[in-house]
Design a protein around this ligand. Structure first.
Ligand code: C2E
Ligand code: MG
Ligand code: MG
Length: 561
């Protein structure tokens, strides 16, 4: 729509410019007419006066006609000239308006990205000439997408306008504010380079006045933001650090990204090490993408033991990245990145397929536990996909235990509940991993149908003390007993911890005491002498899986529960 009106405006402007050019010709004609008028007038006037006062014959009729024509031409020329001056001033006004529009974000009235680069450079030159430095701050709203998704784009726009006004209200008058796009704002402000704490104060004021809860058309909005700041001079305010404003913006961007990584809703000044972090992160992202393609992600397995009998009861699958460049990489590094890159589903599908195939070779009594990321639980088809994969790889659902962490319970609890129920209906067990480290409420524990609690290893580690007791472990075990939920203790590193746990009831456990996580091949070697390895079942073909778990009924099940 805006593009169409711009086009119409362009055409109007072109018409006016054409008219103005024609009018320059009209002005020329009018000038020529005046000269002719003077010439013909001086010939006709004496003859006319003589004819009136002395009765002589009148002036030549051709000359009179020429004179009259000249008068008409002069009037025409003058009128066109007047129009021309009006049009030129209108054109200047339109040009100024168009320029202003091209520099300003139409929604918030802030500068836009293009004009901000120039404004920052101008401000920097001006400030430097006066012996001042500039600070460039990149501001990114942390949860704008949720606001948009939850309340619609109308509310999203209103939030952006309100936040822009609030930020503007806190900035010093020499500062320039821009909306760089989406939910990203930036400001540049001159300051005395030796007192960066002034900028700290300003940013803290922004946090106090801009973020937090506020009401908008009866809706409560909770906005937080991450800010990265860069300056063009060092802390002495003397040595220049950047060559131009675009480098300044780039540095502020890196610092803002760092603030996001550190947990959002905070600010950081740029430091050169952040650039290395970012480079490393980019390398990791490229490596993860390539590794996924090259099948470098493999399942490792950690033994799970019945603590009373010391019998092996199953394995927990733990992902590893066998990177040709970096060696074996921990899931704690690549899982969060894969989640952010939107690749966790694909990565997990591959790992699960491999793990189900491996576990189908183990004795039927052995269980397999897998870890599922909160991001995967947002996929409404997750339960269906997982069940299909189980069938395809020939692993009975009753042998599978899905571990979810407490962070899964923050997002859309209704959907998590329906997913858990769908899986349990098919025989899959669900356990709550790392229990005690998150914020799951007792109410959630009571109402969500978990089959097992896993006590986080940080608490189990406390049992290694001389008394061999931990109040938290005691409390979690009583809670499990009260809720009739079996418990697994993770992180059993030595005999002391094991002995302490054995006095606490019938538990399942895992930890380095029983061995480090192993490859599928090592697990096979472990199981073979124990007679716990069976012949690999024939994987079921895709078309057969549809027969066993017809999609519509599963879909209905996920939707209803
Ligand atoms: P987790 O599910 O709580 O797994 C237990 C972690 O504790 C594993 O670390 C394991 O190697 C480690 N561990 C086991 N026993 C001991 C012990 O005695 N002492 C100590 N200090 N550590 C022990 P790992 O393999 O690095 O995995 C870390 C986390 O990464 C896992 O914690 C899990 O949350 C996540 N993860 C692993 N694989 C996957 C996966 O395929 N998908 C998802 N979404 N997350 C995964
Ligand atoms: Mg786990
Ligand atoms: Mg755990």
């Amino acid at each position: 729509m805006r593009r169409v009106s711009n086009k119409v405006a362009d055409e109007n402007t072109t018409d006016r410019f054409g008219a103005a050019e024609r009018d320059l010709i009209a002005l020329g004609i009018a000038t020529a007419a005046i000269i002719l008028f003077v010439a013909t007038g001086s010939a006709v006037l004496p003859g006319t006066l003589k004819a009136i006062f002395q009765g002589a014959t009148g002036p030549d009729s051709v000359l009179v006609t020429t004179l009259l024509l000249n008068i008409a031409l002069v009037i025409f020329g003058w009128r066109r000239y007047r129009q021309l001056t009006i049009e030129i001033s209108e054109r200047k006004r339109a040009e100024a308006h168009a320029k202003a529009l091209s520099e300003v974000d139409p929604l918030t009235g802030c500068l836009n990205r293009r004009s901000m680069a120039r404004a920052a450079e101008e401000l920097r030159t001006e400030a430097n000439a006066q012996g001042l430095a500039v600070a460039f701050a990149m501001i990114d709203l942390d949860n704008f997408k949720q606001i948009n998704d939850m309340h619609g784009h109308g509310v999203g726009d209103a939030v952006l306008v309100a936040l822009a006004d609030r930020i503007r209200g806190q900035l010093p008058k020499q500062a320039r504010l821009a909306r760089l796009g989406g939910d990203e704002f930036a400001f540049v402000s001159p300051f005395d380079g030796t007192t960066p704490e002034r900028i700290d104060d300003l940013v803290i004021r922004l946090y106090e006045h801009v973020t937090g809860q506020f009401e908008l058309d009866g809706i409560t909005i909770d906005a937080t933001m991450s800010i990265g700041i860069a300056t063009d001079h060092d802390e002495h305010g003397t040595n220049p650090l950047v060559a131009d404003a675009s480098e300044l913006m780039h540095r502020a961007d890196i610092a803002m990204y760092h603030a996001k990584k550190q947990g959002k809703n905070r600010f950081f000044w740029f430091e050169p090490t952040m650039e290395n972090e970012l480079r490393f992160r980019n390398e990791l992202e490229t490596g993860i993408r390539r590794g996924l393609h090259e099948n470098e992600f493999v399942p490792y397995y950690e033994q799970q033991i019945d603590l009373d009998s010391g019998k092996l009861v199953g394995f927990e699958m733990l992902a590893r990245w066998q990177s040709p460049q970096l060696g074996i990489v921990s899931p704690e590094i690549f899982i969060p990145i894969a989640e952010e890159m939107g690749l966790i589903g694909e990565l997990s599908d591959k790992l699960m397929a491999q793990a189900f195939a491996d576990a189908s070779e183990w004795d039927d009594a052995l269980t397999l536990s897998i870890n599922i990321s909160p991001v995967q639980l947002r996929d409404p088809w997750f339960a269906q996909k997982l069940l299909k994969l189980l069938v395809k790889q020939g692993l009975p659902p009753k042998r599978l235990e899905v571990e979810i962490t407490e962070s899964c319970l923050h997002s859309n609890i209704g959907m998590v509940r329906s997913m858990i129920t769908s899986l349990r209906n098919q025989g899959v067990k669900i356990s709550l991993d790392d229990f005690g480290t998150g914020y799951s409420s007792l109410e959630q524990l009571r109402t969500l149908p978990f089959d097992r609690l896993k006590i986080d290893r940080t608490f189990i580690g406390e049992l290694g003390n001389p008394e061999g007791r931990s109040k938290i472990v005691d409390a979690i075990i009583s809670l499990g007993r009260g809720l009739n939920m079996p418990i697994t203790a993770e992180g059993i590193e030595d005999e002391n911890i094991l002995d302490a746990l054995k006095t606490m009831g019938r538990l399942k456990g895992q930890g380095y005491l029983y061995g480090r996580p192993e490859t599928a091949e090592q697990v096979r070697d472990r199981l073979r002498p124990l007679g716990l390895l069976v012949e690999r079942r024939r994987p079921i073909q895709a078309e057969e899986t549809t027969h066993i778990f017809p999609e519509p009924s599963l879909a209905r099940m996920s939707a209803n529960q």
